[in-house]
Design a protein around this ligand. Structure first.
Ligand code: TXA
Ligand code: MG
Length: 349
């Protein structure tokens, strides 16, 4: 895509990672990152817009390309557990829990909030004394992290408030003309952003694991390691990062209802339905003559499939020229908690 005026980028290149292309793609991405540039990279959750986490100028470019407000801190990705000590402190009272969680879920879609080291520039954490850290499980991302030899700061590779990209094509639509390079690693395995947790020691009692953002690692997965509390609070207070109300939103209004009958279509308007599995028993399929219907998990109704397809389907519906999108709720168990979280945030005007 040709560069839009003002971004100082002649074009956005997309590099394949298929077979023989992999090594060149890794080398080129690492070289650009080392030179202080920003590059979109695949992870197992969603595509990230990466910068050298220790280079404040490079991180500033991430905020600019995304039009992200400075109060919303980035996640730092480490290439190995050893790298953790460069970016975060391990307070003694939670060290054992952090190690157990890392052992169980890293590399993978779990982000842990910890006190930051002085090496992490304030711009990365928006001035907070804590840093959100994870180790990505995507082999391409990991290879680039190892080649760079430094931690990578990377938020999702979308413009602020919009739907996270789960393919290189979706990144190009969001940031084409603003960034020099996208590494194409194919579709993301999980399709939803990582689970973010904060751990609190409670003396003799099991530690408290606060889920700040629901994601692929579920409450059920975490329960072995402590008492899990899902922060339900949806707020617009910038001092509660990651909890901004309107997020992951299509440009077309997305509507959700407590009961299907609450939907009151306006005459002449075009509505599309995001159905969980296309089952009329859910009460939505035959409620209205939908312009278009997309199923998250056609037929089978598997939450894991619905999670993978959610942002892809939201993007597709957004491009369908509708007046509004109606989304069926999914059951709020396991991965369904994260899916409902994203749908509710998308539905906030
Ligand atoms: O799966 C993911 O986490 C993806 C991939 C690229 O790794 N990244 C991602 O980043 O979703 P982003 O920036 O879109 O979301 C990160 C969230 C933000 O909402 C931010 O507020 C929160 O993490 N966060 C970052 N640092 C934090 C901190 N110190 N305390 C609490 N929340 C924090
Ligand atoms: Mg994001």
């Amino acid at each position: 895509m040709a560069g839009a005026a003002g971004w100082g980028v002649p074009e956005t290149r997309i590099l394949s990672t298929e077979e023989d292309d992999m090594n060149d793609a890794v080398r080129e991405a690492a070289a650009l990152l080392a030179a202080g540039e920003i590059v979109a990279l695949p992870t197992e959750t969603v595509y990230g817009l990466a910068a050298d986490a220790f280079n404040a100028d490079a991180v500033a470019k991430v905020f600019a390309a995304k039009e992200r407000p400075a109060f919303d801190p980035l996640i730092v990705h480490i290439a190995s557990f050893k790298e953790l000590s460069e970016v975060a402190e391990l307070p003694e009272d939670i060290a054992a829990t952090v190690k157990s969680l890392a052992g169980a879920f890293w590399p993978g879609p779990l982000t842990i909030v910890l006190p930051k080291t002085a090496k992490v520039p304030d711009i990365v954490t928006s001035g907070l004394s804590t840093v959100a850290v994870r180790q990505s499980g995507n082999v391409i991302f990991r290879a680039i992290g190892r080649a760079l030899g430094r931690p990578i700061a990377a938020p999702s590779a979308n413009r602020f408030g919009r739907i996270s990209p789960t393919s290189a094509g979706a990144v190009e639509k969001e940031l084409g003309g603003r960034i020099p390079l996208i590494i194409d690693g194919g579709a993301c395995r999980d399709g939803l952003e990582s689970t973010i947790v904060k751990i609190e020691a409670r003396g003799e009692q099991r530690p408290l694991i606060r889920v700040l953002r629901a994601g692929p690692v579920t409450k059920e997965d975490l329960q072995k390691f402590g008492k899990v509390v899902i922060e339900k609070k949806i707020t617009d207070q910038p001092d509660v990062p990651g909890q901004l109300t309107s997020h992951y939103a299509p440009l077309t209004p997305l509507l959700m209802f407590d009961k299907p009958e609450d939907f009151q279509p306006e005459p002449g308007k075009k509505y599309g339905l995001i159905s969980y599995r296309g089952d009329p028993k859910a009460g939505y399929m035959e409620l209205h003559e939908w312009e278009t219907v997309e199923e998250l998990s056609p037929g089978s109704g598997k939450l894991i499939e619905a999670a993978v397809r959610l942002f892809y389907v939201m993007r597709m519906m957004d491009e369908a020229g509708l007046d509004a999108i109606v989304a069926e709720p999914v059951s709020e168990t396991g991965l369904g908690v994260a899916i409902m979280d994203r749908l509710r945030r998308a539905a906030v005007k």
